[in-house]
Design a protein around this ligand. Structure first.
Ligand SMILES: [Zn+2]
Ligand SMILES: [Zn+2]
Ligand SMILES: [Zn+2]
Length: 103
């Protein structure tokens, strides 16, 4: 069986059960220098060329079940860092999350 294993815990960002919703709540990352970085949605990896376009995902993120074009949940091991392009769980950018961007 190769059924995706989701981390069925409550996301600390959107308070929804990870794996049960289309994706995380909107917001932005703030870098230590104050600059704003928009989070990268699920599917960005394909758009960026890491994956052939023919393999665009038709199913949710294998880690957090976010739908194509939606945000990953906190702690998703597939989320890409908008600053360095690496995996957020592995990079050392330590970006801070804000739930909403104030206009
Ligand atoms: Zn979430
Ligand atoms: Zn994800
Ligand atoms: Zn990073």
């Amino acid at each position: 069986m190769s059924v995706p294993v989701y981390n069925f815990s409550t996301c600390t960002r959107c308070r929804q059960l990870v794996g049960s919703c289309a994706g995380c709540t909107e917001g932005a990352f703030f870098d230590a220098d104050g600059s704003v970085l928009l989070p990268l949605v699920y599917g960005h990896e394909s758009i960026a060329g890491n994956m052939p376009m023919s393999s665009l995902p038709s199913v949710g993120c294998r880690e957090c079940n976010a739908a194509f074009g939606y945000l990953h949940h906190v702690g998703c091991r597939a989320e890409v860092c908008p600053k360095c392009g690496g995996l957020i769980v592995e990079c050392g950018c330590s970006l801070k999350w804000r739930p909403q961007i104030k206009a």
